[in-house]
Design a binder for this molecule. Structure first.
Ligand SMILES: Cc1cc2nc3c(=O)[nH]c(=O)nc-3n(C[C@H](O)[C@H](O)[C@H](O)COP(=O)(O)OP(=O)(O)OC[C@H]3O[C@@H](n4cnc5c(N)ncnc54)[C@H](O)[C@@H]3O)c2cc1C
Length: 392
């Protein structure tokens, strides 16, 4: 068995790697255990991947503070300066502009693999961080002084703190005996990467229809990521269309004012579910990111929530470490859960309300549509909502 480290992080996705970077840069000893391969380099000019996230300002600040942001080249991130949402008929809409809040932009759209790659490049610079790939835990023993993680090859690792960052199906969460509350929205999201007829736009556009939202998210150059929610069966039918038929289907369903679609470049679809861990911590263990919560992606907040978990956990744990205290102490973990759980619950409730208002029965949909019109006229309150969504 290796000697006791400060932390073992299970899952080297975007959230786990962010925790590792935040702890590693203050010199804490960390092992990051990743079940898959390390992220591959991304060549200039490579086509954009289908998995893209909107990073809000708080997430961007976290990536800056852990030294990963400079590894994301400008050519692979797209700032957005306006957010626009409307009802199905586009009669009522709400528009937010970064300039109204005195900001240059609201954040950036970046491929998930690029964010992860940037974080791992930063980890390679941190001498107190070790990464173990193609490794996975088989047992977790949490004791008074430290926790032990047994790996599939029989190796044992010991640390003051274990962080479960291994995604929605988290094995760490199961090994710790933490149950989840789950719901299936009976919706599927079709993601379509397209080349647009217009040059690059800076608007994150969304329309709520009774079968689910449609979104057009800008990517660098004349590119965009479309997200089209619908029932499982309809989404699978669309996904099976050839490129030209899918291009025509998109043009018929999305408003003409967004500009035409020149070509479909790729597509994939995802089931939409909600999942919430009944607790975020146990003795010497904390869950972060999708291991703790999976929310409806309609507002693009899942990763942002996960990165805020990473920031808060790092804040508590590094403060304990700096004070010469136990980084996996009950107090540090309790403070993390006390701050993060209500914030996630509030975001989950907001997503639930949006989902019900726009896909529920007609009177609810009318209320949702009216709400967009009222929201547009709310001025200061509208700015407050926006600041919250941006995490500032
Ligand atoms: C359609 C769609 C669109 C979305 N759009 C947005 C958006 O615009 N903005 C946003 O903020 N969020 C968005 N999200 C949510 C976002 O993608 C997730 O919240 C985010 O990817 C979660 O990151 P994570 O690091 O917690 O988990 P993951 O990305 O799932 O990473 C988990 C990591 O753990 C590893 N792992 C798994 N099991 C083990 C194991 N047993 N042992 C070791 N390692 C293991 C995996 O290989 C992986 O590297 C979207 C989600 C969907 C479905």
């Amino acid at each position: 068995m290796d000697e006791t480290q400060d932390a073992i992080i299970i899952g080297g996705g975007m959230v786990g790697a962010a925790v590792a970077a935040a702890l590693g840069q203050v010199g804490m000893t960390v092992t990051l255990i990743e079940g898959g391969a390390p992220p591959a380099p991304i060549a200039d000019g490579e086509p954009f991947d289908l998995r893209v996230s909107s990073l809000n300002l708080a997430s961007q600040r976290l990536l800056e503070s852990v030294g990963a942001w400079p590894f994301i080249p400008e050519t692979r991130r797209c700032p957005f300066r306006h957010i626009e949402a409307s009802d199905a008929a586009e009669r009522r809409h709400i528009r937010f502009s970064a300039a109204d809040l005195g900001l240059a932009d609201f954040g950036h759209f970046v491929e998930n693999r690029m964010i992860r790659r940037a974080l791992w490049q930063r980890l390679a610079e941190l001498p107190s961080v070790t990464t173990l790939c193609h490794a996975s835990p088989t047992a977790l023993i949490r004791g008074g002084q430290h926790a032990l993680v047994e790996l599939e090859d029989g190796r044992l690792q010991a640390a003051r703190l274990v962080v479960g960052a291994d995604g929605a199906g988290s094995r760490t969460r199961k090994l710790a005996g933490i149950a989840t509350r789950d719901a299936d929205y009976r919706q599927r999201a079709l993601i379509v990467n397209v080349r647009t007829c217009r040059p690059q736009q800076d608007v994150s556009w969304q329309r709520f229809t009774p079968t689910g939202p449609q979104a057009m998210l800008p990517l660098p150059g004349p590119h965009a990521s479309l997200v089209w929610y619908d029932t499982d069966a309809t989404t699978r039918e669309r996904e099976a269309l050839d490129d030209e038929s899918l291009r025509q289907a998109v043009e018929a369903a999305f408003p003409a004012r967004l500009g035409g679609i020149d070509a479909v470049l790729g597509r994939a679809s995802f089931a939409i579910r909600r999942r919430h861990a009944e607790r975020y911590t146990r003795r010497r263990l904390a869950l972060v990111g999708d291991a703790a919560h999976v929310i409806h992606p309609l507002a693009g907040q899942g990763l942002n929530l996960g990165l805020q978990d990473a920031a808060e956990l790092a804040r508590q744990v590094t403060a304990a470490h700096a004070a010469g205290e136990d980084p996996g102490s009950r107090q540090a973990l309790a403070a993390y859960a006390r701050i993060r759980r209500p914030q996630t619950l509030a975001m989950m409730a907001a997503m639930e309300t949006f989902h019900r208002l726009f896909t529920g029965p007609a009177p609810l949909r009318q209320a949702g549509s009216a709400g967009l019109g009222v929201g547009e006229r709310l001025g200061i309150a509208k700015q407050g909502v926006m600041r919250r969504a941006l995490g500032i």
